[in-house]
Design a protein around this ligand. Structure first.
Ligand SMILES: O=C(O)CNC(=O)[C@H](CS)NC(=O)CCC(=O)C(=O)O
Length: 329
């Protein structure tokens, strides 16, 4: 007999963990609870789209960074992923703003061309989480954008989002960050984009601290929120997972966060712990400290059921606090 019932706890679909940086043999199942029968009949897990999250330690060496990212993307494709996510600054992390500007390229430059070839070769979509982009106003401003670029499996640019909240902060113990020294804030949000894994809302790193942005993306139809990041080593342990899980729970979206990890150069290190969070707030895949890959299946039926059972978007009171997160552009 098949029991169709209320979902009493999040049904965990295929959850595997792959971190080549670790010594322990990988491909462990993160959550041991069996899937409720009612969910098992709604969709077979191997038909669900698989996404891969890549964790790297970018340095100022662009060619080496490309090699590392390309290896992970090829591995993601071999494992059956339809979409691979790379972190903020996947192209490079420089030692100072002058070097950042020097190493930056336009979207039509050589590096993006290499990623176009890679997407085509592997036949998967790529979220390039934070490209140091020389925009159209480069000649006047001599500043760049922190641009999240989405490529389809033909290597075509299907969307770009330029980070709107710049990280100008001074956290004791972490060293000052002043992104606006080299970077211009993006002018607008980007409507969620249809991909083989679901509708993706684009953001970058520090943007995750602004729930207004995630609400705007969710209200515009996002099913997956993406926060490619290079989180610091002090804010990381304190805030990273809490913020990502909060964004997932309150928007009822999957959250995919590819992260930088380890030491980039003598002055800078990142926290790592890339993860995928499901709309219930469960971390369904995660990397550890080192470079590597983790994978998760995206179950949009589960997302829709959860939104029916817990209809927070129908319970909002914009009459009390305004229509936060509206409109998109
Ligand atoms: O510098 C580059 O090349 C790319 N940009 C970044 O790495 C940015 C600005 S320095 N990092 C963050 O936003 C970290 C946010 C953070 O750590 C937090 O919100 O706690």
């Amino acid at each position: 007999m098949v029991l169709l019932g209320f979902i009493t706890r999040p049904p965990h679909r295929f959850l595997s963990l792959l971190c080549p940086g670790l010594r322990i043999p990988q491909l462990s199942v993160l959550c041991a609870q069996p899937r409720p029968r009612a969910m098992a009949i709604s969709s077979s897990s191997c038909e669900l789209p698989l996404v891969a999250v890549c964790q790297v330690t970018s340095t100022p060496d662009k060619q080496q960074n490309f090699k590392t990212c390309a290896e992970l993307v090829r591995e993601a494709a071999r494992l059956g992923a339809c979409l691979a996510f790379l972190p903020e600054a996947f192209d490079f992390i420089a030692r100072d703003p002058a070097e950042t500007l020097h190493l930056s390229e336009p979207l039509g430059g050589k590096l993006l061309e290499e990623y176009t070839q890679l997407a085509r070769e592997c036949g998967l979509w790529l979220s390039l989480g934070g490209f140091h982009e020389r925009g159209q106003d480069w000649e006047q401003t001599q500043k760049i954008y922190n641009c999240h670029v989405l490529l389809n499996s033909n290597g075509a640019v299907v969307a770009t989002y330029r980070k709107t909240h710049l990280c100008d902060v001074e956290i004791p113990g972490q060293g000052p960050m002043c992104e606006s020294n080299s970077t211009m804030p993006g002018p607008s949000l980007e409507s969620p984009v249809s991909t083989p894994a679901g509708k993706i809302g684009l953001a970058v790193c520090y943007d995750m601290r602004f729930p207004e942005l995630s609400l705007a993306l969710a209200q515009a139809g996002a099913e997956i929120l993406t926060y490619p990041s290079a989180f610091g080593s002090v804010t990381g342990p304190a805030h990273w997972e809490v913020l990502l899980r909060a964004r997932a729970i309150e928007t009822q979206c999957y959250v995919v966060a590819a992260a930088q990890c380890g030491r980039h150069h003598e002055k800078r290190a990142s926290y790592g712990h890339s993860m995928v969070v499901d709309p219930w707030g469960t971390v369904v895949a995660r990397c550890s400290e080192g470079p590597g890959l983790c994978l998760a299946r995206i179950d949009l039926n589960y997302l829709r059921q959860l939104r029916q059972h817990l209809p927070v978007f129908q319970h909002r009171r914009p009459d009390l606090y305004g229509n936060l997160g509206h409109p998109l552009s």
